[in-house]
Design a protein around this ligand. Structure first.
Ligand code: HEM
Length: 491
């Protein structure tokens, strides 16, 4: 759809999406300022999204985004990712064992369930200490996510109505968790003590992180989970006491620490902010991961050639490093790296991002007025990659994007392995000031999953043309009922 508009109207055109008027802009020079928050800020205009996230954003408050991003980056830095590996693999194994018992998996549903499980149990690590049913909580998370990009119709039984109810229930549940209340209360004390300055607060958190990351690396090396985490905290506390208490005591870098700080810039911090922090990160992490899983499994299941090359690479990895999967081992899989980038290029798991202009934007002979929304659309930009595309707009689909009629030519991980053929555009995880904080985590999750599966099985779609038969391609693929079975064929 966007490619056809591009062919007709060129580098900038207007579209209506979920009730909002947006300008799709493909001119990267014109976008440079807005992507650095100059003359624009990040805002999602869709009414259902705004209503459910109910967030006046703190990202456009001066001086907040940088410190907030620093805390989040420390939260997902390599030693932290390494320490997450045992829990990710454990969770994935429990999913895989169910699929193995059936010899197949309905991949669309399985990707959703795994995306939600990873978000709730690993990324946000939500503790439900009052006996609240975890399965029920996850069903509410799904209802909430289902409403985000739906129609803005709040009638009984609509996805929006269910999502609004789910949001209330989830906030209520999160508020009851002692972790949330204690973290928020501690944050308020620290925030006031530090003079309510995001820069000073982030510096204190990162300073503390400098102590914990060295112990974090040790934990990563031995990857032995929670016991060690507790030992680290004790050790860290002792180090702080030994330093005469001169280091300000602040919460460790975490998603909630960053989010609480950001929200405190909008209004005095309240208990509900802890709960909303969790909800917002569920939005950022659950369904995005779901589509990354679904899109990459699907492409691989369509391509025995790439699966065989991945299998060969895995055999070498096992010969050199043994069977066990760790963060360090996943860093020695260049063909798998290339394959995942290729999956995210050909079938992006996001549609890029949207900015609200605060200054006029000149682009392609037009002036897009201040106050309008502009969209850098990941998939469309990948069509226009200067290395992959020869500039020919006469074709229905350029060969490097044409998975429908030119699958083997379009899906080529090899293109990432040499400087001459390496694509220059990769917008699936955004770019510039707001580049996705979770990108490395997502690649890690995808790698772990594929290592586990491809070492043992060949994947094959039971309905080979599942993608072509999808009932909807935008904003995301929706397979026709019963067509998304992937067969696991033992090697
Ligand atoms: C395949 C999975 C994912 C995709 C495709 C994805 C995509 C994106 C995109 C396109 C942006 C930029 C949005 C814009 O420019 O407006 C973004 C930003 C962001 N993502 Fe992700 N994301 C994924 C997973 C995650 C996960 C797992 C997390 C959390 C652990 C996360 C956290 C964030 C955050 C916090 C930002 C905002 C960064 C900032 O404003 O500086 N994402 N993501």
């Amino acid at each position: 759809m966007f490619w056809d508009r591009y062919r007709r109207y060129g580098r900038v055109f207007r579209t209506m999406m979920l009730g909002s008027r947006i300008w799709v802009v493909t001119d990267l020079d014109a976008l440079r300022g807005p992507l650095r928050d100059q003359g624009a800020y990040l805002e999602v205009p869709f009414p259902t999204f705004q209503r459910l996230v109910s967030a006046e954003s703190f990202l456009n408050r001066p001086g907040v985004h940088g410190p907030w991003r620093k805390i989040l980056s420390a939260t997902l830095a390599p030693p932290r990712l390494a320490a997450m590996v045992p829990r990710i693999t454990q969770l994935m194994k429990s999913h895989l064992s169910k699929w193995e018992a059936q010899g197949q998996v309905a991949i669309f549903r399985a990707a959703r369930v795994m995306g939600v499980d990873l978000a709730v149990d690993v990324i946000l690590d939500i503790k439900l200490s009052d006996g609240t049913d975890r399965v029920w909580v996850k069903s509410q998370v799904e209802n909430y996510l289902d409403g985000l990009y739906g129609l803005p119709i709040n009638l009984p039984g609509s996805t929006l109505a269910k999502a609004l109810v789910a949001r209330e229930k989830l906030v209520e549940v999160f508020l009851r968790q002692p972790d949330v209340a204690a973290t928020q209360a501690q944050f308020v004390k620290e925030w006031e003590a530090i003079g309510k300055s995001p820069a000073a607060y982030a510096a204190a958190v990162l300073d503390q992180h400098a102590v914990s990351s060295s112990t974090g690396e040790k934990a990563a090396a031995s990857a032995s989970g929670e016991m060690e985490e507790q030992q680290q905290q004790q050790q860290q506390q002792q180090q702080q006491e030994a330093a005469g208490g001169s280091r300000p005591s602040v919460l460790p870098p975490s998603i909630m620490t960053a989010q609480l700080m950001g929200r405190a810039m909008l209004k005095p911090s309240e208990l509900e902010d802890g709960a909303m922090s969790l909800l917002h990160m569920l939005v950022a992490s659950a369904d995005t991961t779901r589509f990354a899983l679904f899109n990459s499994w699907t492409l691989l299941a369509m391509c025995p050639r790439v699966q065989d090359k991945l299998y060969e690479e895995q055999q070498k990895v096992v010969a050199e490093y043994g069977e066990e999967l760790s963060y360090a081992v996943t860093c020695h899989m260049p063909y798998l790296d290339a394959t995942l980038k290729e999956c995210m290029r050909l079938l992006p798991a996001s549609a890029g991002g949207i900015r609200k202009l605060t200054a006029d934007m000149k682009v392609g002979g037009y002036t897009v007025p201040s106050g309008e929304y502009v969209w850098y659309h990941a998939g469309l930009l990948h069509y226009l990659d200067p290395v992959c595309w020869d500039g020919n707009t006469a074709v229905d689909v350029p060969p490097h994007m044409d998975w429908q009629n030119n699958f083997e030519g379009a899906f080529r991980p090899e293109r990432w392995l040499s400087e001459e053929t390496r694509p220059r555009y990769m917008f699936t995880f955004g770019t510039s000031a707001h580049l996705c904080i979770g990108m490395n985590l997502v690649y890690l999750e995808l790698k772990l999953m594929l290592c586990m599966v491809l070492r043992k099985y060949r994947l094959r779609l039971k309905t080979p043309d599942m993608l072509v038969r999808c009932e909807r391609l935008f904003p995301f693929f929706l397979p026709a009922k019963g067509t998304d079975t992937v067969l696991l064929e033992p090697r």
